[in-house]
Design a protein around this ligand. Structure first.
Ligand SMILES: [Mg+2]
Length: 234
């Protein structure tokens, strides 16, 4: 159960009453689209790679991009291959290093509104971890550029470190085991309805989906409109 308030049922204040059966210990954050603006990944995947492809094969950029996006979509974000930049560069025979592409768009790495405040505030009371689907080179680049790296006790790239996508329950089970905590002791937050809410929630992890625009009837979710709302509920 969520401990929404320390105010007692009759409204008495300062009682310190909390209705949590199990106290939360860990807050787990998705990274892209949750703490860091998704525009960075978008630039690398949907501008950088298509630009290289257009140059290599002498195509107009828009044509190259349409083709590349079609190739991505044919795989889908539930497949680990989606996240493996080396795979795509090799598939398209592009002679550019992943690190070079990541560096090229580093100016687009930006924290989302409230990210710093939420991390600093919650970091005073909880152990913070990153649980991202992005490959480790993306995660490290983004945490390094934003100065957030030191705020997290553990940083996990589901795809690079565990060889799986966050959509698998096995990912969260392994994360819990690595952290040595129970599902009830963890809160997870992220912007993907399935990966960041439905899957962890199904395991008993209190989960928050940022922005409920794709909410579907019959699938009630704990939804928050932005990161700052976390400070209201935790
Ligand atoms: Mg995300």
């Amino acid at each position: 159960m969520q401990c929404f308030s320390k105010t007692g049922p009759a409204g008495e204040k300062g009682t310190g009453i909390c209705y949590n059966a199990v106290m939360k210990k860990v807050i787990s954050f998705d990274l892209d689209g949750t703490l860091v603006d998704a525009r960075y990944g978008d630039m690398v995947w949907n501008v950088g790679i298509p630009s290289e492809y257009a140059k290599r094969y002498g195509l107009p950029f828009d044509e190259a991009r349409a083709f590349i996006r079609g190739e991505y979509e044919s795989v889908g974000d539930g497949d680990i291959t989606w996240y493996e930049i080396e795979h795509w560069l090799e598939k398209f025979s592009l002679d550019v290093a992943p690190e070079e592409l990541l560096d090229r768009y580093a100016d687009h790495i930006a924290l989302l509104p409230g990210a710093r405040e939420v991390v600093d505030t919650l970091g005073e009371r909880y152990t913070l971890v990153i649980a991202s689907n992005a490959a480790r080179i993306f995660v490290e680049k983004e945490l390094g550029e934003t100065g957030l790296a030191g705020s997290f006790s553990r940083v996990v790239s589901a795809t690079s470190d565990y060889g799986m996508v966050k959509k698998q329950e096995g990912f969260f089970l392994r994360l819990l085991a690595d952290l040595g905590v129970l599902p009830q002791e963890v809160v997870h937050v992220g912007d993907h309805a399935l990966f960041d809410h439905d899957v962890p929630s199904g395991l008993g992890i209190e989960s928050y989906h940022i922005d409920g625009h794709d909410w579907q009837a019959g699938q009630p979710r704990r939804t928050i409109s932005g990161l700052m709302d976390l400070l209201e509920v935790l």
